[in-house]
Design a protein around this ligand. Sequence first.
Ligand code: NAD
Length: 498
Amino acid sequence: MRRIEHWIGGTETAGSSTRSAPVWDPATGAQQAEVMLAEAADVDAAVQAASKAFDDWREVSVVRRSKILFAFRELVERHSGELARMISAEHGKVVADASGEVARGLEVVEFACGVPQLLKGEFSEQVSTDVDSFSFRQPLGVVAGITPFNFPVMVPMWMHPVAIATGNAFVLKPSERDPSVSNFVAALYADAGLPDGVYNVVHGDKVAVDAILDHPEIAAVSFVGSTPIARYIYERGTSSGKRVQALGGAKNHAVVLPDADLDFTAEHLVAAGYGSAGQRCMAISAVVAVGDAGDRLVDKLQSLTEALRLGPGSEKSSDLGPVVTREAQERVTGYITRGADAGARLVVDGRGAQVEGHEDGFFVGPSLFDHVTPDMDIYTDEIFGPVLVVLRAGTADEAIDLVNANPYGNGTAIFTSSGQAARVFQRRVTAGMIGVNVPIPVPMAFHSFGGWKDSLFGDRHVHGPEGVGFYTQAKVVTSRWPQPTDASGAGLSFPTSH
Ligand code: NAD
């Protein structure tokens, strides 16, 4: 059985870990590897390696750091096919989708390559007589990332390129479900010339996470995952004095107005609802059909959903692959049963879907519900599977009220041909990322990514300018170089400009 170890200070090691967890092949249902689960001592070893590396790394010029990131960028691109296949093998998503994930992660690396520009400070000359003032930002030290299973390359890349470029040393605790790519990324960093200890990987579960949250030498924690864990990370991390950004789960709504191009809309909703088997934090999982758009839209959604091809992620013909684990498969089919029992109309039923030759795989067919009401748990809960639910609203205002009443606020989209309706929507809606005729409005790397309400705890979004701010702290210098002949001008009153 292949064994996946930690990556600490430039070498793979099991450290003091004795526990392990299975890594499944979701397409066959068979175990393909075991991943070691760190104890607190392993987290401490990674932090010590990072802390030692930080002392030198912070002294490396920004230009040199940028060159290493450029080299890393080239290596990620060169190995992007391999990375995509590794993602697909452990996560289950189709390879084309995994390639898209790598490409979006690469964009953050490219953003971080511009670190000399990103860290440029500000200078004010002669703020008082012979006095200048200037500000710049410095790294925090050792920072950590704790990441979910659904984007094992991209989500960590929202964090580590920016953290490392700005001069920090990084400890990653990736998901234990699809851990292999994080060690592969470590090897690419090493090949790019990143000094040992600047990027470390500690595999593990709650034990490792708690050790990170409590470690006195970790200055900041970035987390992405489900809402209950995000809330816990934020509360425990900040109570031990750390800077924390914790991105949580989502229930992303698409509001469809009667004036939308319904063929275009239906195609995009099906892609956004079922891509990656619905296991995206920006997946559209709730459609709010306004006025008479409903029946026409549901007919189109039904025929497109029924035409989707379910299959292993490694096969080009598959539109969507399995979900990540047997528990996820059972959770999703349980929701479908409860939705039907609660009285929603089950238009397409993906329960019991079989893929020939992969009878034990964790497959759930794409499923579509209509006439869902806000009290049903297929609406209130994040299902995180290939289930799309359609609700009905009388007016655009009612639809906005529905979106705003939902506790999640990650992304949302409107489909319409009215600029005015879109403008009202983008101003009133309480979510962090808005799409106008764009179903999955994931911001580009040079903007920042983050939600509102229960989709984010903390006040900084990830990557882009907010990511630079998160991983650095400001310093402002006020300086004077007096001539020996100058009067000192010192007095006991509070200094003012003159
Ligand atoms: P998860 O919350 O179960 O796990 C995320 C991380 O937390 C993993 O590293 C895991 O090992 C750790 N963890 C799990 N249980 C823990 C516990 N009890 N104590 C401490 N740590 C624990 O999430 P997941 O199932 O891996 O990923 C799916 C979730 O992530 C969905 O809710 C999805 O919406 C969310 N997500 C959000 C975003 C975003 O940008 N907001 C992006 C991707 C995924």
